[in-house]
Design a protein. Sequence first.
Length: 493
Amino acid sequence: MNFSIITPADGAYDQWNDRGANLRWKGHPSGIIPVTTVDELKDALQYAVDNSKRVVVRGGGHCLENFVGDPAVEIVIDISNIKGIRYDEGMNAIEVMAGATLGEVFETLDREWGVLLPAGQHPAIGIGGHISGGAFGFLHRHHGLGADYLYAVEVLWVNNERQVEKVIATREETDSNRELWWAHTGGGTGNFGIVTRYWFRAPGVTARDPSLLLPKSPEVLETMEMEWDWDQIDERVFKQLLDNFGEWGKMHSSTDTEAGRLFATLYLSNKVTGKIMLKAVLSDCPEEIAEEFAAAVSAGMGITGRAIRKPMRWVEFALQPFPDIFIDMRVAFKVKDALLRAPYTAAQIGTIYRHLTEHNDVPGGSVGVAFFGGKMNAVAADATAFPQRDSILATACTSGWLDAADEAKSVAWTRNIYQELFAATGGAPVPGEQTGGCLIAHPDADMADEQFNKSGVPWHVFYYQDNYERLQRVKRKWDPCGIFRHRLGVEGI
């Protein structure tokens, strides 16, 4: 074997095992295999298959569910040291090895070629799992999803004879492996094999110049921050703020809007935290749009919400975005997200207000609302595996805790507010007039549990909608032995 296996008897085991972002989950695999090359990775995967070991791969460790930290997992292959970013002249695309972090990608793309990949919101996220979830970020309204720029993938898969093979799949219409490429543009991670490298190039671009293959880094990037003290906010003011935010998102969600250069998230924290915050990113954004947005958000509230704006370089921001939100402190947490095709109703806003003001024993409870729409909705729902191309907002109910004794009440808070928000459709955001399902990049195993998803709609409809059967066919062809699986895994047909 040209790789090493770290077992529970090794002194380094806890260090390698304790690498997940969500402290709620921690498995106890019999072996952890850190690899640094694709050949090592191929041998490690073959070892796991030959020994009939339940195997998963870990990159940045940011999966929200226990797909890696699962007691059933016996072997974890860690690819975080498979690094490398370069221009591949043969592919005429930017090659990124699957162990790279988003921060490494952002920094290298900007330094070498003055371009960016519109993905992610935290620089520590591993690109290996991020792209397969669609890859939304701060600039998806301006440039679309990261997955929309995927030209090709290299994948290790296991054939019918349980032998590991390597295959490259591109978006070229003549490529016989094209469906495997398509599955990695939003079909989720841990389903079809192990991606070893990605190649990125904007659709339709043929210029043989790496500085022209992806969107240019913004000439002017600004952050805008607003906040309001909870002691100034009653239910009327709270409702006005959410109405303002939701209406602006609705009115500026078209695929060709100049306002797509503005992205914002409203962070609605528990009242005991003291304040509500809005964080916005403006990339080459016209001044009139920025001013109109700031005024529109505060309209009718009757309290001051001064907008603080700060210009900076794109990479400066991308490597340290909003430090008071994206802090490095690791906690245990539960997240349940949803996509909205229309803003929250008055009744739903009342539900959020009540849960944030009456449940002071869960100070880590919060609700976020962020803008979708813009260029990310310019792509047809079946052109990539990411189907949610008609939503205007994304929302998430979250709770975090440090003391394990707080887990039960924190998880219950998250589940209760979520079920109440979507009570009209069985406690889940069934794709329909107002809601548009969920994001597989934020997996929630509750969606496959009838105790929490009482809609009668299968979990895969929320994540994949009409694309699921196509993903099942890809699964059947490229994972015929069912090697790659987890609680929300695509099942072959």
